[in-house]
Design a protein around this ligand. Structure first.
Ligand code: NAD
Length: 362
């Protein structure tokens, strides 16, 4: 039976990389009925809304989506359409594998890490109070009274909610992910020494969950600043990292850097029975319509989607084909060539063609 998948092309380079990923998925032979919906600039032009209800309803109905990056125009009501989608669908776990592929320029080899980022709360909850507003002043007075600490009157305030519920949920997700994907260790990353009631809560909730997996998956913990140094110095000591939202966002880019950049970093946003697969990178507007950028991050996001759909062989084959094309280094985009101005670099479509050709030969 065919899987039904919502397809959201997105903005900027989105339609080009989504088309590349769709063709690669189809070349695996897995039957997919795609339901294409619009969100982002196209949706704003057509419907007056950046994130039409029809797009969210389609994901709710099909339970799985492949999504291109979406621009967030400044001053259009949303902080980020991408964050709004994750919040509306309660896609609480952001999974971002960082894996080295031979042939990609990088200072590191054999990296194989997975970032599991809490997606629903922390400083990304969007609870902010602008400097100078009456309500901000009221809040500042209230906080000063309650905490007996000084806050400058001309401060802006961002709220960092971290709950026991969401902390346990994400750490449990990380351990279950580790079990399912034959991982050996989960590291909880935090700043509990400073933020005792938010990061401290995250850590305590995490330790509690970790006990359930004792003997099955190793567990350790690290303070986020130290973790950054460890990842740069000894990335091979780590396996699955689970972090609150903000640190997860920052460390996923750090890990994308370890493996050679955003062009090859895939991602998934997963909830209890819904999942949206998208690259870590954004819509790179300057390359829109130029058939220039690397489709790999989007194609590897589709590999994660096939794995989620339990199409294990198709997922493994597609990854193998991507790996082979990158290792050959011939039909690859500019960012995977020794010099970005290499005249022999191919376009987005041609790199996808090469991956499809490899798939056929596996
Ligand atoms: P970006 O990731 O779009 O691009 C930054 C740079 O990275 C590009 O200029 C390019 O040099 C490189 N790059 C990105 N993707 C590449 C690829 N596939 N191949 C080769 N090189 C690639 O980041 P940005 O410029 O900060 O953001 C642009 C827009 O994207 C913003 O509106 C932002 O809000 C949005 N965004 C969306 C998402 C998402 O949809 N999940 C994520 C991040 C940013």
């Amino acid at each position: 039976m065919a899987h039904r998948v919502t397809l959201i092309p997105g903005d900027g380079i989105g339609p080009e990389i989504i088309s590349a990923a769709r063709r690669c998925v189809e070349a695996t032979g897995v039957k997919i009925e795609w339901e294409e919906v619009i969100a982002g600039s196209d949706a704003l032009a057509a419907t007056g809304e950046l994130l039409p209800k029809a797009a969210l309803d389609s994901v709710r109905k099909n339970k799985v989506a492949l999504k291109g990056p979406i621009i967030t125009p400044i001053g259009e009501g949303f902080r980020s359409v991408n964050v709004a989608i994750r919040q509306a669908l309660d896609l609480y776990a952001c999974v971002r594998p960082a894996k080295s592929y031979p042939g990609v320029k990088s200072n590191y080899q054999d990296i194989d890490l997975v970032i599991v980022r809490e997606n629903s709360e922390d400083l990304y909850a969007g609870i902010e109070f602008e400097e100078g507003l009456k309500q901000t002043k009221t809040l500042i007075e209230e906080i000063k009274n309650l905490s007996k600490k000084n806050i400058r009157e001309d401060s802006g305030i961002s709220i960092k909610p971290i709950s026991k519920f969401a902390s346990k949920r994400i750490v449990k997700f990380a351990f279950e992910y580790a079990l399912k994907h034959n991982r050996k260790k989960v590291t909880i990353v935090h700043k509990a020494n400073i933020m005792k009631f938010t990061d401290g809560l995250f850590l305590r909730a995490g330790r509690e969950v970790a006990q359930e997996y004792a003997g099955k998956i190793n567990f350790d913990e690290a303070i986020v600043d130290n973790m950054c140094m460890q990842l740069v110095q000894k990335p091979h000591n780590y396996d699955v990292l689970v972090l609150p939202n903000l640190y997860g966002d920052i460390l996923s880019d750090l890990c994308a850097g370890l493996i050679g950049g955003l062009g090859i970093a895939p991602g998934a946003n997963i909830g209890d029975n819904l999942a949206v697969f998208e690259a870590v990178h954004g819509s790179a507007p300057k390359y829109k319509g130029k058939n220039k950028v690397n489709p790999t991050a989007m194609i590897l996001s589709a590999v994660l989607m096939l794995d989620y759909l339990n199409e294990k062989k198709a997922a493994a084959d597609l990854e193998e084909a991507v790996k082979a094309v990158i290792a050959e280094g011939i039909n690859v985009t500019y960012d995977l060539k020794p010099s970005p101005n290499d005249p022999l670099a191919v376009g987005t479509k041609e790199m996808a063609d090469a991956i499809i050709n490899k798939l056929k030969k596996l």
